[in-house]
Design a protein around this ligand. Structure first.
Ligand SMILES: Nc1ncnc2c1ncn2[C@@H]1O[C@H](COP(=O)(O)OP(=O)(O)OP(=O)(O)O)[C@@H](O)[C@H]1O
Ligand SMILES: [Mg+2]
Length: 233
């Protein structure tokens, strides 16, 4: 490790969906390990797309994408999936919960799939850890329920617990509080920031709610960092 480890480094990254227009054109983005970044920008400026590139869900068409010291552009889709399972907790904007699994099963899925993350849980076993996280967000009463039977805000809290279990080194959260009331939003932020601090995780957090920016060390405006977004906006 160098003195300041870099968790995320993008150079000249461009991305289009299929044959569509360029939606990401980012000359440079560098996030130090262990830092908390608030990413904002107008709707359609490419926030979700950029997070997808960082997490290896999407592959940049050109440029360099280094995440936790690994070059994602040179990895196959299967290797990027394995990398994400091991190192990244992702709260998707659309949640991406598994509808036929219970709340508990959804939360513990990342640690079932990955021994390294299982080894980092704080409680004695995955179910206990899921209960701890769910209790902090007041959904522990629903652990046995089918996720489809939950309200949107409850599903968002399940997605948040799933991203945090097993203390991933990089946590990516795409509008994770959009469906939460004020108290639940604050409880989630507290849990998230405490989890990042405890594990030294790097956090990239997207929200339209600029009042949340005060909780973060740095702000990145995609309207400014993304040349394609500027053109579109
Ligand atoms: N699956 C897709 N196929 C084709 N184009 C897409 C797809 N997803 C997003 N886009 C386009 O890429 C651009 C950036 O979209 P993106 O979802 O990254 O924006 P965003 O900043 O996350 O917006 P929001 O704040 O509304 O979530 C938009 O012009 C959008 O139409
Ligand atoms: Mg989005």
């Amino acid at each position: 490790m160098t003195e300041t480890a870099i968790a995320v480094q993008l150079e000249d990254v461009r991305f289009s969906y299929g044959r569509g227009p360029v939606v990401i054109d980012v000359p440079s983005l560098r996030l130090e390990a262990g830092t908390r970044t608030f990413l904002h920008g107008p709707s359609g400026s490419g926030k979700t797309t950029l997070l997808g590139i960082l997490a290896g869900v999407l592959r940049a068409d050109s440029g360099a994408v280094r995440v936790l010291g690994e070059d994602l552009t040179s990895m196959s889709g299967a290797r990027r999936d394995a990398f994400r399972a091991r190192h990244i907790g992702y709260v998707f904007q659309m949640f991406n919960l598994i509808p036929y699994l219970s709340v508990l099963e959804n939360i513990i899925l990342p640690v079932r799939m990955n021994a390294e993350r299982r080894g980092r849980i704080r409680a004695s076993n995955p179910a206990e850890e899921a209960r701890r996280l769910a209790a902090a967000l007041e959904i522990d009463h629903a652990l046995g329920s089918a996720v489809g039977a939950l309200s949107v805000g409850q599903q968002q809290r399940v997605a948040a617990c799933r991203a945090l279990i097993g203390s991933p080194e990089l946590i990516i959260a795409d509008e994770p509080t959009s469906s939460l009331d004020h108290d639940r939003r604050d409880a989630f932020l507290e849990l998230l920031l405490e989890a990042c601090e405890g594990a030294g995780s790097t956090l990239v957090f997207v929200s339209h709610d600029r009042t949340l920016a005060a909780h973060f060390e740095q702000e990145v405006s995609l309207g400014e960092s993304n040349r394609a977004g500027e053109v579109a906006a």
